[in-house]
Design a protein around this ligand. Structure first.
Ligand SMILES: Nc1ncnc2c1ncn2[C@@H]1O[C@H](COP(=O)(O)OP(=O)(O)OP(=O)(O)O)[C@@H](O)[C@H]1O
Ligand SMILES: [Mg+2]
Length: 600
């Protein structure tokens, strides 16, 4: 599956872009932090308390050792207070760390919620063409990665990088004050070297990590692809062939993992070497001074404890550095998505539709999905208020396209569509779409109950309205035959109900919307003749006093239309009612004859 996905077209705005710089990042994150000022302040206080406790621990250790050292102290009883203090500090350093996370969790989660909602709304505001070009899976991965990146940055920048820098500074100051500046210099140099080494090696390692991930992905998608095509593999006796290809990918993966591990070995051992060298140097200095009697044994242990404590958070530096870079890129991608302007949106001076009777007018409409392939080439016709107009024409003639244009899923290349004399491109999308109800050619249902799917047509409708819609759409018998009635769940995309049942649910949903203009796009194509007749009668009842546009292949379903538009080569070929068109002996009469013959 993933293999297929990667071949799909990826439109430009979501290309992997360069990571954002720090200033942009802070600018992006700042509003989310400011929303919970109180919590952020408390979290920072908890952070300071945790760091303070951590910094006091080696000192307490020193005091304990000195108290036990008979050369320094003559007290023989255990330094109980100090021991308790040490335990208390250890607990406090962990507890305040946890408290900080608990306090700050709300901030990151709320930020994730807000940005998630913003992206979701934005995606719904983008035009249909964008969604058809994109793979939904890809978008949801972008959202997920982006909001995870946001939370990672909020947590790590605030609670890992900055505090660690402060800790280094604090330790350097303590060393300078208690011993000599030389200790501080060695510490700072060691930390600097450590950071430099880690960042450089991590950069170098990145390509091995990417290779390993890539190999992992291709191996996986190959396996899935092969298993999805299980039948095909058997038909052609290709198990061996499949296994060989799969093993080839596995070998690449093995190789990539090997490089990955070796480079990790280089990173970790280099880091350990720097730490060991720094600690040895400092201990050397301290040991010499202990010998000279300048400092106590406890102080030597303290130096050691500080160094170990200091390098502990730095251990994760490689990981944190890599993750921050990744988070910045993911965030950038998500913001790129947010910055994409919808191609179809309300104009600044868009007005609410003033609906009167619902007269529709297509005037010289020209349109093509791609510039080099025109679909409609100057189509003009009108649908008088309250009338039923049918559109017929060959498959691919552009009938469903007309419905999409009416909904303004796409912009016209030329010409205009008017509703009660108002150009639909100058009225708000919401008021336009509210006034039209459609039964689309391919109905897709939500994976919820039949009732919920119908109710979706108008969330404000009451039970009686729903009941009426169910009856009009001839769904009663079907629903009553189900053990769970209208609570039956229809499955993903409605795949657990039959094509005809799905169409009837879609009809009920459109009836419930109670719009003045109705569009039926092959609304009964999946029904058997008797259900079709019943539904057509229901549709006639519903369509009374409504303007309706009916698209149909089966001409017998539209013989009662007030006007029939025959679409050919993107233009109106002929129009009139059934009798007139038959009498004309043109395109329509030919199609009619053909269909009549098939029925005989
Ligand atoms: N999003 C799209 N991008 C590019 N071409 C498209 C797109 N949607 C439809 N088309 C093309 O536009 C033409 C008209 O499509 P449309 O769906 O309007 O046909 P139709 O008249 O409803 O046909 P049918 O009777 O088979 O439903 C078709 O040739 C189709 O391939
Ligand atoms: Mg169609």
């Amino acid at each position: 599956m993933r293999g297929m996905r990667s071949t799909a077209k990826q439109p430009e705005p979501l290309k992997r872009s360069e990571a954002m710089n720090l200033r942009q990042t802070v600018k992006t994150l700042w509003p989310y932090l400011m929303e919970f000022k109180g919590r952020v302040v408390l979290a920072v206080l908890a952070l300071i308390a945790a760091k303070a406790a951590t910094l006091l621990m080696p000192w307490a250790l020193k005091e304990i050792i000195d108290a036990l050292d008979t050369k320094v102290s003559t007290i023989i009883i255990l330094p109980a207070a100090l021991l308790l203090l040490y335990g208390g500090l250890r607990f406090a350093s962990v507890f305040f760390g946890e408290l900080r996370d608990a306090l700050f969790g709300r901030v990151t989660e709320h930020a994730m919620r807000q940005i998630g909602l913003k992206v979701f709304k934005h995606l719904h505001s983008l035009e249909l063409a964008f969604h058809l070009d994109r793979q939904t899976g890809g978008i949801s991965r972008d959202i997920e990665r982006g909001s995870n990146g946001l939370s990672f940055l909020l947590r790590f920048l605030m609670f890992n990088i900055v505090p660690t820098l402060f800790e280094i500074l604090a330790v350097a100051i303590i060393f300078s004050l208690l011993f000599s500046p030389l200790y501080a210099v060695i510490t700072v140099i060691a930390v600097g070297l450590y950071i430099f080494f880690t960042v450089t090696v991590t950069e170098w390692r990145n390509k091995f990590i990417r290779e390993a991930n890539q190999a992992d992905n291709t191996t996986n998608s190959r396996a899935i692809d092969s298993l999805l095509n299980y039948e095909t593999v058997k038909y052609f006796n290709n198990e061996r062939y499949e296994a060989d290809i799969y093993d080839g990918f596995l070998a690449q993966w093995e190789q990539a993992r090997l490089k990955n591990r070796l480079s990790l070995l280089a990173l970790n051992s280099g880091q350990a070497l720097i730490i060991a060298a720094a600690i040895t140097g400092l201990m050397w200095l301290a040991a010499a001074e202990v010998k000279q009697g300048n400092i106590s044994l406890g102080e030597l242990v303290m130096v050691n404890a500080y160094m170990i404590q200091l390098f502990l958070p730095l251990n994760f530096l490689g990981f944190v550095y890599r993750e921050i870079r990744r988070a910045l890129t993911d965030l950038e991608n998500m913001l790129g998505l947010l910055n994409r302007q919808p191609a179809i949106a309300d104009t600044a001076d868009a007005k609410t539709l003033q609906l009167q009777q619902g007269t529709l007018q297509f005037q010289n409409v020209q349109f093509g999905y791609q510039p080099d392939r025109p679909i409609l080439q100057g189509l003009s016709f009108s649908v008088p208020a309250g009338s039923k107009v049918a559109i017929v024409g060959a498959s691919g003639a552009g009938k469903s396209t007309l419905a999409r244009l009416l909904y303004r899923f796409y912009a016209l290349n030329a010409g205009k569509i008017e509703l009660d004399g108002q150009d639909i491109s100058s009225i708000t999308l919401d008021s336009l779409r509210r006034s039209i109800a459609i039964v689309p050619q391919d109905t897709v249902l939500f994976n919820s109950s039949i009732r919920d799917n119908i109710h979706y047509g108008n969330p404000e409708a009451n039970a009686a309205d729903i009941e009426q819609a169910i009856n009009l759409a001839h769904l009663r018998g079907f629903i009553d035959s189900l053990p769970q009635g209208d609570a039956t769940v229809v499955g993903e995309r409605g795949l657990k109900v039959s094509g005809g049942e799905k169409q009837r649910i879609a009809i009920a949903r459109a009836i419930l919307k109670k719009s003045s203009i109705l569009v039926f796009d092959e609304a009964t194509s999946a029904l058997d003749s008797s259900s079709e007749q019943a539904i057509l009668q229901a549709m006639r009842d519903v369509a009374r006093n409504h303007t309706s546009l009916v698209i149909a292949h089966r001409l017998s379903t539209i013989t009662d239309a007030d006007n029939i538009i025959v679409l050919k080569d993107g233009k109106l070929a002929e129009q009139g009612n059934h009798q007139q068109l038959i009498a004309r002996q043109g395109e329509y009469a030919r199609m009619w004859q053909l269909q009549q013959q098939q029925q005989d």
